[in-house]
Design a binder for this molecule. Structure first.
Ligand SMILES: Cc1cc2nc3c(=O)[nH]c(=O)nc-3n(C[C@H](O)[C@H](O)[C@H](O)COP(=O)(O)O)c2cc1C
Length: 315
């Protein structure tokens, strides 16, 4: 179905759809469900703990033979070079085939991963970052528009313009991120030069996502204006749900909480009001909590429906 698609050739998955890496969330249950559904689950490694990486990796391997990948968030891993080296070394010993790198300088890992035969895609939110990653030798890019959830680059551009700018500048395959929840968004991304898509917020609001039901419901209930950007010192910004807490942080009347307290308060206990769970503008397009298999199947069906609709314009 996706013959000739460079992304599925690289990932060995049935579909050119990724599940975005997300701290605490993109672990074995979600990654397994996504990969079983024919898309590519990506295991996150942001808490820098080899024992967690080993456990989650083994759990996915035990649950499915479907391909999955790992994400290496450079800035977080390099805070402890010993643990960083141990995690990457261990993953390479497992014979991983596909990795994404994010949040940092792509030259730091690309050579080591590629020398070990790993296919590497780097996630970036800027044209400059895309060109730099290609110069570093990556095989593909994940291009994140400013609609995306989570920690954002203050200089970034929205998906519609960014995808075109990156497509003009580089030849490697592009996976689009930000504002995509279904086949319509996927077809639009392909029209702008992508050969794959990744979804974060859509998979948070899935049955298999491990977060508290209140967080999933808050995504489903969010209007299209339901997210807000707040400063995330020293350099970044963050996109999350618009809540009494995040509005107060944006106005400077409340302190930003630590990531670990968001995990405990929101992901575990379901306190939506006093936290701001990461969410993209895509939250406004999500209307139901669905099983992962259904999300993937409907995305593919919707993608081909849109392709047929557009092709029919010529008749
Ligand atoms: C709950 C949540 C947590 C996230 N955590 C991370 C993370 O730890 N590392 C990272 O590179 N991106 C993270 N992201 C951003 C995603 O990788 C991706 O760029 C984004 O979700 C795409 O936009 P979308 O949510 O509209 O699909 C997170 C996103 C969400 C929704």
């Amino acid at each position: 179905m996706f013959e000739g698609n460079r992304v599925t050739a690289h990932t060995r998955s049935r579909y050119p759809i990724f599940q975005s890496p997300m701290t605490w969330i993109a672990r074995a249950p979600l990654v397994t469900a996504v990969s079983k559904a024919g898309a590519l689950g990506l295991l996150e490694n942001s808490i820098r703990d080899l024992s967690v990486t080993k456990r989650e990796f083994a759990d996915v391997r035990a649950a499915t033979n479907a391909p999955f990948g790992v994400n290496l968030p450079i800035r977080y891993l390099q805070m402890d070079p010993k643990e960083e080296d141990a995690i990457i070394g261990w993953l390479l010993d497992q014979g991983i085939h596909f990795a994404t790198t994010s949040a940092g300088d792509p030259t730091r890992y690309t050579r080591r991963l590629k020398d070990a035969g790993v296919v590497v895609y780097h996630a970036t939110a800027t044209l400059r970052g895309a060109v730099k990653a290609v110069d570093a030798g990556v095989d593909g890019l994940i291009v994140e528009g400013a609609e995306s959830a989570g920690i954002r680059n203050p200089e970034e551009v929205h998906t519609f313009a960014l995808l075109q700018a990156v497509r003009e500048a580089v030849d490697v395959p592009i996976v689009a991120a930000g504002g995509i929840v279904d086949g319509r968004g996927m077809a639009a991304a392909f029209a702008l030069g992508a050969e794959g898509v990744t979804m974060g917020t859509r998979f948070v609001a899935s049955v298999e996502s491990p977060v508290h039901i209140n967080y999933k419901r808050a995504i489903v209930d969010a209007p299209i204006t339901g997210t807000i950007m707040t400063d995330n010192p020293p350099r970044a910004r963050s996109r999350g749900l618009r809540t009494p807490y995040s509005v107060a942080v944006a106005e400077g009347t409340r302190e930003r909480a630590l990531r670990s307290s968001t995990i405990e308060m929101l992901y575990v206990q379901g306190d939506v009001e006093n936290t701001s769970g990461a969410a993209g503008e895509s939250a406004g397009l999500i209307h139901d909590i669905k099983p992962v298999q259904q999300i993937v199947d409907e995305t593919i069906k919707g993608f081909w429906r849109e392709i047929d609709r557009l092709a029919a314009l010529r008749r």
